[in-house]
Design a protein around this ligand. Structure first.
Ligand SMILES: NC(=O)c1ccc[n+]([C@@H]2O[C@H](COP(=O)([O-])OP(=O)(O)OC[C@H]3O[C@@H](n4cnc5c(N)ncnc54)[C@H](O)[C@@H]3O)[C@@H](O)[C@H]2O)c1
Length: 423
């Protein structure tokens, strides 16, 4: 099962691998493993996903990660990266990095128990001689709980170094972003810092509590910013004004408004989940977090309610352009496009899906979608939708302001992005 054979000149330990990544074929684990392998380390990606394992062994990225394909081929060829489906291999490295998913449950509370149970089930393959680095986003105090669980009279070394990349761009961002590092022993902090120093421009050492909050605050901050933009959008729509034009006018020469985002679906497996982890941690007193959830999750409903004012949806064909959770990737996890489709169908509409990257035999091409639908909703601003011309007969709902043409748009002024400067 193991592909790596040759010993590596830069091996930093006397074990079979320098590091093993648990969950190593995921969106965080794989680009991270490739980044360390590119720096000359001997990396083992441990995972349970056979299909992705086969793809990666053959040198094919199992998902879109911009800039990774070429480096993957290179590090495989140089035998610095290997894939393992055998749990015993986690014993064979000095460093164990954990990039498992950490979802919330149906009550929006963190599934901390499942994360700790995983370690309980594999503890016999781990040892105090290793440095365990948690890269997954965790509920505060999870690392301390893990330490207590592992302790058997010996000193274990646990560090936390949260991943902060934006999905699809890890290859570039791992080279640019500072790494926040905390640990539960001096050895853990120093070893994790030395390791990440190989790929990162800067190491920021913090306490464990600080690092845990850095990660959750970062995602909650973004989620709230998007919610504010979405609420502004809804207010503008109800007032008959184009939010994109308001945003443009606000930002023009006015630095204090420069970071105001456009409206759009704030979706995916992290932002909502981490905002809810923080809400649970604050005993559901994180009112802004819950308000952000209501606004962001309510945007599909707002769009449907608005359409219902003008259409009998039972007689309307509605197309959704973009099914991924954000632009220019192929990941549909927790995409709000599906929620939008569901609400439209519930209201009787005939709904068609299209995407540029996510593959599904039920999807139609964007041209077909525009040809057959009465209304087209641009749900994701994939770069090849930019400047796309929607036929005049079609109503377009374009939150992002990327398309041109169409009629009776919810934005009312689609196609006119910026008024002339002297107006
Ligand atoms: N996706 C992102 O852009 C991103 C960014 C920052 C932080 N994070 C955090 O990183 C963590 C991982 O997220 P992700 O998006 O990479 O998830 P993912 O689902 O893409 O990857 C998780 C991997 O773990 C594997 N796995 C599941 N159970 C396993 C087991 N028992 N043993 C071994 N492998 C197992 C899966 O097969 C998968 O390959 C989460 O905590 C997430 O919040 C993600």
């Amino acid at each position: 099962m193991i592909v790596t054979i040759k010993p590596m000149p830069k091996n930093i330990s006397n074990t079979a691998y320098d590091l093993v990544i648990i969950g190593g074929l995921g969106h965080v684990g794989l680009p991270l493993g490739i980044a360390f392998a590119e720096k000359g380390l001997k990396v083992c990606l441990y995972d349970i996903d056979k299909k992705k394992g086969e793809m990666v062994r053959k040198g094919r990225m199992p998902f879109i990660e911009h800039g990774a394909q070429e480096i993957l081929e290179k590090v495989l060829k140089e035998q610095r990266l290997s894939v393992s489906l055998n749990i015993k291999d986690i014993s064979k490295a000095k460093y164990v990095i954990v990039t498992l998913g950490t979802p919330v449950d149906e009550h929006l509370t963190p599934r901390t128990r499942a994360f700790l149970d995983f370690f309980e089930s594999v503890r016999k393959y781990l040892s105090p001689n290793q440095v365990i680095i948690i890269r997954s986003t965790v509920y505060p105090n999870t690392c301390e709980q893990l330490l207590r669980m592992l302790e058997n009279g010996k000193q274990w070394h646990i560090a936390y170094c949260p991943e902060r990349i934006t999905q699809g761009y890890a290859t570039q961002e791992l080279r640019e972003l500072p790494q926040v590092i905390a640990g539960l022993s001096d050895h853990a902090i120093e070893s994790a810092s030395a390791l990440f120093n190989m790929i990162a421009p800067k190491i920021i050492k913090t306490s464990m509590g600080e690092a845990e909050l850095v990660k959750l605050f970062s995602n909650a901050w973004r989620y709230i910013q998007f919610a504010l933009a979405n609420q502004f959008y809804m207010i503008s729509q109800k007032f008959g004004v184009d939010y994109e034009r308001v945003r443009w006018a606000m930002k023009e020469g006015y630095a204090r408004a420069a970071n105001l985002p456009s409206a759009g679906f704030a979706a995916g497996p992290c932002l909502l989940k981490d905002t809810m982890q923080l809400a649970a941690f604050d005993a559901n007193n994180f009112l802004l977090g819950h308000a952000a959830m209501m606004i962001n999750e309510g945007l599909p409903n707002f769009i449907v309610e608005d359409l219902k004012r003008r259409y009998d949806l039972t007689k309307t064909k509605v197309g959704i352009l973009g099914m991924t959770f954000k632009a220019d990737i192929d990941d549909i996890r927790d995409s709000l496009s599906y929620k939008l489709g569901k609400i439209l169908r519930f209201n009787g509409a005939d709904v068609y899906y299209s995407d540029e990257f996510a593959k599904n035999s039920d999807f139609v091409s964007k041209n077909k979608l525009m040809e057959i639908c009465d209304v087209v909703i641009v749900a994701v601003p994939h770069s090849n939708y930019k400047g796309m011309v929607i036929p005049k007969k079609v109503e377009v709902v374009d939150l992002w302001g990327v398309a041109r043409g169409g009629r009776n748009s919810i934005q009312q002024l689609v196609g006119i992005k910026k008024p002339a400067k002297n107006k």
